[in-house]
Design a protein around this ligand. Structure first.
Ligand SMILES: Cc1ncc(COP(=O)(O)O)c(C=O)c1O
Length: 425
């Protein structure tokens, strides 16, 4: 008689799609619910016209059309990789020579999540350690769990990961003889998910210095996730963490067009240190031997024909209105409740809310079902903390303003205010 399903350790570590499934089930059971939970992009401003134009241009060239419909290469479409590197260097105000980088280090994947997974899988063994901000992007925490890796939370503030806290954690691991287990530091450098905080320029440099200083038996890499870099609504862009690594041996830079153009096209990429390219391509070759080629040709045409930057301007204007609507509604409906506070992000898709300490925002807590009854869905903040964190607050909420209209955002935040009032003492 069969007693066990015979699953791999990794399948057991992955533990299923629980958070997302729970939230989706709630949304489906309550169709009138305003979802401030899903980190999706705005449906109304998805780039239908730029995509159509790019398709027409691509289709007007028979040779490129045929090539786009054929398998591509494991590393990705060359002309797209060239433009990706060029854009990164331009944004950072650096040259390829200054950054010791070439197109051979640019790998294209079907979304940056795949790149993050491949990098993690290439670097990490079970029981290894990755330092992550507390809080961090919960899907990446899932990747680490999947690999049996310890995600250790490091304190953050309104300027992002605190270098002194990283330093302390690394020193502690060195003292306990575990430094060889620390393989990477994960950082969402622009408008983090969930906190929307960007890492300050001084801290970017400090993080690279720390990673290099503590590298011994092997290198400690910084996995820099720049998924939201281009979703800036005010202020000036700042150079990437990668730009503070001129040797190019420490920082893995991951990028994505999902948030800035289309998650349906799902093109992401990584700029890797040279010694990681082979291992990552080895894994990728076994999994897909090339991400969807058509999508890469399409994104290349979008970039090459200058259809991308106009679209960015358009969505920035739309998200600026939505973030203003969220902050205005929070001011009106949440500010009067004692102990409720939030950050005021200048980019990204999220507002990170702190409730009084006695309020448990989890799906089993008092607030969640009340919020659903009042008509709003949110992501409980506890899902965003690495499993090994010194702090594991239960009173945080991630609100996403990408999908709902300004009017829906207002209704959702008002409903949340009503629910919170019912549970605060
Ligand atoms: C911080 C962060 N990184 C990476 C991703 C993955 O994006 P994709 O795989 O669509 O490129 C997301 C998506 O929500 C994200 O929030």
């Amino acid at each position: 008689m069969l007693r066990q399903p015979g699953l791999s350790r990794r399948a057991r570590w992955a533990g299923g799609d629980r958070v997302v499934s729970q939230l989706m089930a709630k949304a489906l059971a309550h169709p009138k619910l305003v979802s401030l939970a899903a980190g999706f992009t705005d449906q109304q401003t998805l780039p239908v016209e730029p995509t159509q134009k790019a398709l027409e241009i691509l289709w007007s060239d028979p040779a490129r059309s045929l090539a786009a419909l054929q398998y591509g290469t494991t590393i990705g479409h060359g002309p797209l990789r060239e433009l990706l590197l060029e854009r990164m260097l331009q944004a950072d105000g650096r040259t390829a020579a200054e950054m010791n980088v070439s197109i051979d280090q640019v790998v294209v994947t079907a979304g940056s999540n795949v790149l993050l997974f491949l990098v993690a899988d290439s670097l990490l063994d079970p029981d290894d350690i990755v330092l992550c901000g507390a809080p961090s992007y919960f899907v990446f925490l899932g990747i680490l769990a999947n690999l049996g890796v310890r995600a250790v939370g490091v304190e953050t503030d309104e300027q992002g990961l605190i270098p002194e806290a990283v330093d302390e954690e690394l020193a502690r691991r060195a003292a306990s003889g575990e430094l060889h287990r620390v393989k990477a530091i994960y950082a969402v450098s622009y408008f983090d998910n969930p906190s929307s905080v960007s890492i300050s320029v001084e801290r970017r440099a400090a993080l690279v210095e720390l990673a290099k200083r503590y590298s011994g038996e092997h290198r400690i890499r910084i996995i820099e996730d720049t998924a939201y870099r281009e979703l800036r609504y005010s202020g000036e862009d700042v150079p990437s963490i990668r730009s503070f690594d001129p040797e190019g041996d420490t920082v893995v830079a991951a990028g994505s067009f999902s948030k800035s153009f289309s998650p349906g096209i799902r093109v992401g990429w990584g700029v890797l240190p040279p010694d990681l390219v082979g291992p990552v391509l080895g894994q990728k070759g076994n999994i897909d031997f090339g991400s969807p080629n058509f999508n890469q040709y399409l994104m290349h045409t979008v970039l090459a024909e200058s259809l991308y930057d106009d679209h960015l301007e358009r969505i920035r204007a739309s998200y600026r209105e939505k973030i203003d609507a969220t902050l205005e509604a929070a001011e009106q409906f949440l500010a009067p409740i004692e102990g409720v506070s939030w950050g005021r992000p200048s980019g990204g898709l999220y507002v990170w809310l702190r409730l009084p300490e006695n309020v448990d925002t989890g799906t089993d807590g008092a607030l969640f079902d009340r919020a659903v009854d009042e008509g709003v869905l949110y992501v409980p903040g506890s899902h965003c903390y690495p499993s090994q964190s010194r702090v594991l607050p239960r009173n945080m909420i991630r609100l996403s303003f990408g999908v709902p209209s300004c009017q829906e955002i207002r209704c959702g935040v008002e409903a949340l205010g009503r629910a919170i009032r019912q549970v605060v003492r």
